[in-house]
Design a protein around this ligand. Structure first.
Ligand code: SAH
Length: 366
């Protein structure tokens, strides 16, 4: 049996036995089912896969984040041990580029212990290969809570958008959770929980409390963020969340399925398409603030990368490149920093989180 068929049948049995499941539970099963989950069974990245990401577009991305990490480590007082941690490292490209760039500061390389939070066995193997030449001995974890207790620098690129999201819909009778069930034709279909969620409005920023009927609100259970913040406060350090999403909370259904670089129906072929939804940076910021962590940003990825010197880096790469390579550097620079709809410079945002005593972070002016 194919992975698709198997997960579909399992979901069907689950819904028949227990009733409709929440959107987050559906998403978690599709992405992370221990046998048939999308990330568990494949490497989804690259031209032959379903989507591509900034580190796969250009080495400049990981290199600049490596230099960012060095500057943060120095601001932390150059501790002799720091956990250089990546959440959802994909193919390991970002970390490999970061470590290569970080060779310029041997004391940092000596202090940095590489920790990778990754659930996919397929991607863990790819990460190991990507880092084999780096001299690092990465340690893998299934969850941030398993990290050792030590100062840390965390990078999460396109990780939070893959964390399961809940949805609620405003109805005449209050906010009701959106569920995935099975319709009269035997197909997976969205529906609403019979009863409203008590006091749901309290979850919403004040300006959104008076919502029209039909409005959809999304939120993510925030245990990863809270655990990262707890560690930043307890052991010192900083974290960087880079993702696509909105700076301010708002209404809208942003759950999407992506397959072979195009949009797909999130309820068709569960486990065969990537499921994501926009990151609500206001919600992340508020959660960080509640934990007592300083959270500069979010700023656009373009502004952030320019602040770290991507233009100078591109010029250096161009200087030793063939005409064809130089054109590729220019294309990557435009894609990573441009403000058009197909470019990542404004669509993608960067939020930092830091121990409140840590000084200004590179790339941010607050
Ligand atoms: N950061 C990479 C990959 C992004 S894809 C890049 O920019 O190219 C999302 C990554 O997060 C994958 O490595 C996926 O396996 C991992 N992932 C998704 N949900 C996860 C979870 N709940 N726990 C651990 N890893 C997860």
């Amino acid at each position: 049996m194919t992975g698709t068929g198997a997960l579909e049948q399992e979901l069907r049995r689950l819904i028949e036995a227990e009733g409709p499941v929440s959107v987050a539970r559906y998403m978690a099963l599709c992405l992370a089912h221990p046998q048939y989950g999308y990330y568990v069974t494949r490497d989804p990245l690259g031209a032959a896969g379903d989507f591509t990401t900034a580190p796969e577009i250009s080495q400049m991305f990981g290199e600049l984040l490596g230099l960012w990490a060095i500057a943060v480590w120095q601001a932390m007082g150059a501790p002799p041990r720091v956990l250089l941690t990546e959440l959802g490292p994909g193919r390991g490209t970002l970390m490999a580029d970061a470590l290569r760039a970080a060779r310029v500061v041997p004391a940092f390389r000596a202090a940095a212990e590489v920790h990778l939070v990754e659930m996919s066995p397929v991607l863990r193997a790819r990460q190991g290969e990507a880092l084999s030449a780096s001299g690092a001995s990465p340690v893998w974890h299934g969850d941030v809570a398993e990290l050792p207790d030590a100062p840390l620098i965390v990078i999460a690129n396109e990780f939070f958008d893959a964390l399961p999201v809940e949805q609620a819909v405003k109805t005449e009778r209050g906010w009701r959770a959106r569920m995935v069930g099975i319709d009269a034709d035997g197909k997976f279909a969205f529906g609403l929980a019979p009863d409203p969620i008590p006091q749901f409005e309290r979850l919403l920023p004040e300006r959104l409390r008076d919502a029209p009927a039909g409005a959809v609100f999304e939120w993510r259970p925030d245990h990863v963020l809270v655990e990262v913040c707890r560690r930043l406060l307890a052991f010192g350090g900083a974290a960087l969340v880079i993702d696509y999403g909105h700076a301010e909370s708002g209404f809208g259904d942003t759950l999407q399925a992506v397959r072979r670089h195009g949009f797909a129906d999130p309820l068709l072929a569960p486990g065969e398409a990537d499921l994501t939804s926009h990151v609500d940076f206001e919600a992340l910021r508020n959660a960080a603030a509640r934990c007592g962590v300083r959270a500069p940003g979010p700023i656009g990825q373009g502004a952030f990368l320019r602040g770290l010197g991507i233009e100078a880096r591109a010029a250096r790469l161009r200087a030793s490149a063939t005409a064809e390579q130089a054109a590729r550097v220019d294309a990557a620079l435009a894609r990573l920093t441009g403000s058009g709809p197909d470019q990542m410079g404004e669509l993608f945002k960067v939020l930092a989180m830091a121990h409140p005593m840590l000084g200004p972070l590179p790339g941010f002016d607050n």
